[in-house]
Ligand binder design. Structure first.
Ligand SMILES: C[S@@+](CC[C@H](N)C(=O)[O-])C[C@H]1O[C@@H](n2cnc3c(N)ncnc32)[C@H](O)[C@@H]1O
Length: 274
């Protein structure tokens, strides 16, 4: 894990970044083995890893699945537009890099409420006119949908992929994640896709512990049951193989080994709007 402090950030956003308060984006970056994190983030990351030693596996399985999904969306479903909500800090492979590798004209809007994501995203995207990063709260779908920067890239009259990767479990029940998904389902045309990956509870006592750590650190975090996760896809048709452990979502190579208990604690599903 990285011991260094976060890499240099852009001037404006850096002024807003409070490095003494842990952030979900930076703690996740730490768990993924990144360098864009501070002591407060590493303290929460270590607490999560102590309670759930499989946290790095969960994070890397999630990220690898996102890569496979985006590749499939571009190459098999011919999707050319992506809105990635709760996109996180740039890491080894990001949605725009995967999509634009297969279709250089693919458009990507990244949305995250953490200013550090904006700072790093801007630096990464300086010369990419098909990609933008917005600092916005995904609980305010209208602000994102109406934002001129979104509209400059995304034509909501044509199929779009809405990416909700490892983000809805950071919303509490009273924030109604299902309504948030529904907002976007109502905005996108038939033939569009929604991808969701989510912590799965399986009644594992360790997930209850982690829920407590997440609530204490960030005031949010929910591990949901299979039924609760399925309900998030209301009105959509799941694409094969349905909602499965991330590692089982169309792996590039056949899986030789049984999944570990950790790997069963994060699931993914891709669905089409009929
Ligand atoms: C666990 S990371 C997931 C990153 C990426 N989607 C992935 O799957 O690798 C969750 C991200 O959601 C962001 N986030 C949390 N709450 C948010 C909100 N209300 N609005 C926008 N972004 C949010 C965090 O800042 C963080 O970057």
């Amino acid at each position: 894990m990285a011991e260094s402090d976060a890499a240099t950030t852009g001037q404006t956003a850096a002024q807003e970044i409070d490095t003494t308060v842990p952030s979900i984006a930076r703690a996740y970056d730490y768990i993924l083995g990144g360098k864009d994190n501070y002591a407060a983030d590493r303290a929460v990351g270590d607490q999560i890893i102590n309670n759930l030693p499989g946290a790095p596996v969960i994070a890397t399985d999630n990220r690898a699945t996102l890569i496979r999904v985006v590749r499939q969306l571009v190459t098999e479903h011919r999707i050319k537009q992506f809105v990635d909500l709760g996109s996180g800090l740039p890491t080894a492979e990001n949605v725009h890099q995967i999509a634009q590798r297969h279709d250089p004209e693919a458009k990507v809007v990244y949305v995250d409420n953490d200013p550090i994501v904006l700072a790093h995203g801007r630096a990464l995207l300086e010369e990419n006119e098909n990609t933008t990063v917005l600092q916005a709260d995904l609980r305010d779908g209208k602000e994102i949908y109406d934002n001129p920067a979104t509209r400059a890239l995304i034509d909501f009259g044509k199929p779009v992929a809405i990416i909700l990767s490892a983000i809805l479990h950071h919303l509490n029940d009273d924030e109604d994640p299902a309504s948030l998904v529904q907002y976007w389902v109502d905005k996108i045309p038939s033939g569009s896709y929604v991808f969701i990956s989510h912590f799965r509870s399986l009644n594992d006592p360790r997930s209850v512990e982690i829920e407590n750590v997440l609530q204490a650190s960030f005031g949010r975090g929910r591990w949901r049951t299979d039924d609760e996760i399925l309900a998030l896809f209301d009105g959509l048709e799941l694409v094969e193989p349905g909602i499965v452990a991330c590692a089982e979502w169309r792996p590039d190579e056949p899986l030789d080994d049984e999944l570990t208990d950790w790997q069963r604690l994060i699931v993914a599903g891709l669905a089409i709007k009929p």
